[in-house]
Design a protein around this ligand. Structure first.
Ligand SMILES: N[C@@H](CCC(=O)N[C@@H](CS)C(=O)NCC(=O)O)C(=O)O
Length: 197
């Protein structure tokens, strides 16, 4: 199994899960600054020339949240049974992270880091949206350490990564349970291994 990877990107999500699962995999590093995501070979794996891509004997799979769900299913770990209430909650939090939070984190990143306009109207609107979303997560975490009642799961990998990104953009305020959640997640040995290099 190969993971096509660029450090400090959404490709950290499947890498983190693979480290949590403790299964063997080959990390294939691509350097976008050298055009390595734009080759014909990589375009055949991902038509938008992005990472992550997971390649198995069955073919290539893209989209970080889809890869994470599929890997957890393949190994039967860190994901509740299909049809259970908790499985529904996994879908809920993955879609919440990817549709309600991540687009605003991406705007925040574009305005602050790329355009260097942290006080633009777009940046401020994104911050409002991210704070609204963070409060939803904060209230869930008042009574527990992870987003599912049963404990750490793939939902934390995707939700945690997106919330980490929003927090890194300085967009999350007055969310103490979220801050402690991020500390718990980033202290995990598997997370540390996934972001080490
Ligand atoms: N929705 C996709 C987004 C993938 C994406 O935008 N990947 C970026 C890195 S975070 C990328 O491949 N950038 C390299 C490039 O555009 O050359 C996912 O979650 O996998």
């Amino acid at each position: 199994m190969k993971l096509f990877y660029v450090p400090r990107t959404r490709a950290n999500r499947p890498r983190w899960l693979l480290e949590e699962l403790g299964v063997p995999y080959e990390l294939v590093r691509l350097d976008p600054t050298k055009g390595e995501t734009r080759t014909d070979e990589h375009t055949a794996r991902h038509p938008l020339k992005h990472v992550p891509v997971l390649e198995t004997a069955d073919g290539a799979l893209f989209e970080s949240a889809a890869i994470v769900l599929h890997l957890a299913d393949l190994h039967g770990k860190l994901i509740p049974p299909v049809g259970s209430r908790e499985r529904g909650l996994v879908y809920q939090w993955l879609f919440f992270a990817m549709t309600e939070l991540e687009p605003h984190a991406a705007v925040s990143f574009a305005e602050k880091v790329i355009k260097k306009t942290p006080d633009s109207e777009l940046a401020l609107k994104a911050k409002v949206k991210l704070n609204e979303g963070a409060q939803v997560v904060n209230s869930q975490l008042e009574a527990r350490d992870f987003i599912l009642p049963s404990g750490f799961s793939v939902a934390d990998i995707v939700l945690g990564s997106v919330v980490w990104w929003a927090n890194r953009m300085g967009a999350i305020e007055h969310a103490p349970h979220v801050q402690r959640y991020l500390e718990r997640l980033t202290a995990r040995p598997a997370y540390q291994r996934a972001v080490a290099d």
